[in-house]
Design a protein around this ligand. Structure first.
Ligand code: PPS
Length: 296
């Protein structure tokens, strides 16, 4: 089947207050900024490649009381509208959210200062997942390689510079994580770590369940742990992006469900890059109390 020009188009990046975003997002900025959040919305917030799809599936499994068939009603990208997503002529993330009945679960990668203001005034719930910077950076590199919408990342060494300078799409990891961490007590924010989810998934899933105001029994929780494991989600066509055309994501270059581990950065960083990264991290994250686990 011939590809429509839209489906084969690579995005150009544009900046808003120094944050690099896809040009289509920036072109749709007024619709995004005037989006009306509701008090019973749950917003899943992450820096890209931090375990967004994983937490989305967990939230949906909790919402559906562990009913696998209900979670298979649609691909994960359609179950939770992605607020800043824009790719005309497809409906935007805002269009999809506006059509969705409440209670809504929504997704964003936006940093705090770019979030539509109604999210702050609606008193809705935010579920933030953070992943250590090095693994996030590696995962994003492989995603850049396989995603035909994102610009070519160049070599690992070139991409390394782009990432530490915060010039990847959705901006600086350092600013994103630091700002969301700093406001965590001012709003209804459940702040989770990818590494904790790997270490003790049941414990973290229980936290999410309580945050969502649900009460599921042990057997259902165990089922959710099992169904949302990396291995199961990698095989699940509703979560593994296998329905996305190759012209958009070429999974023969790198699968969307790639490794799902903690510490893969060690297979990518040179000793010199690691030392440089640690120095930059110290400087950029100075004064914050956030702590990451870099290996399990
Ligand atoms: S995106 O495109 O920003 O929404 O990507 P995101 O879903 O945030 O991140 C993709 C990475 O998360 C890993 N992943 C998982 N890890 C552990 N368990 C489960 N169930 C799981 N599901 C997705 C996925 O493999 C990507 O990480 P890497 O390191 O590239 O494997």
């Amino acid at each position: 089947m011939a590809l429509t020009p839209e489906l084969s188009q690579q995005t150009k990046s544009k900046e808003i207050v120094g944050v690099t975003l896809m040009s289509e997002t920036v072109d749709n900025w007024s619709q995004i900024q005037t989006f009306q959040a509701k008090p019973n919305d749950l917003l899943i917030c992450t820096y890209p490649k931090s375990g967004t799809t994983w937490i989305q599936e967990i939230v949906d499994m909790i919402e559906q009381n562990g009913d696998v068939e209900k979670c298979r009603r649609d691909i994960i990208q359609h179950r939770h509208p992605f607020i800043e997503w824009a790719w005309p002529p497809q409906p935007s993330g805002v269009d999809k959210a506006n059509e969705m009945p409440s209670p809504r679960v929504l997704k964003t990668h936006l940093p705090t200062q770019l979030l539509p203001p109604s999210f702050w005034t609606s008193n809705c719930k935010f579920l933030y997942v953070a992943r250590n910077a090095k693994d996030c950076m590696v995962s994003y590199y492989h995603f850049y390689r396989m995603s035909k919408r994102l610009p070519d990342p160049g070599s690992w060494d070139e991409y390394f510079e782009t990432f530490i300078n915060g010039k990847v799409i959705w901006g600086s990891w350092f600013d994103h994580v630091r700002e969301w961490w700093e406001i965590r007590d001012r709003y209804q924010i459940l702040f989770l770590f990818y590494e904790d989810m790997k270490r003790d998934p049941k414990h973290e899933i229980q936290k999410v369940m309580q945050f969502m105001g649900k009460n599921l029994d042990e057997a259902v929780l165990d089922k959710i742990v099992q169904e949302t494991s990396f291995e199961r989600m990698k095989e699940n066509p509703m979560t593994n992006r296998s329905t996305v055309p190759r012209s958009v994501m070429d999974q023969s270059i790198s699968p969307f469900m790639r490794k799902g581990t903690v510490g893969d950065w060690k297979n990518h960083f040179t000793v010199a890059q690691n030392e440089r990264f640690d120095a930059i991290y110290k400087q950029k994250m100075e004064g914050t109390s956030i702590n990451f686990c870099m290996e399990l």
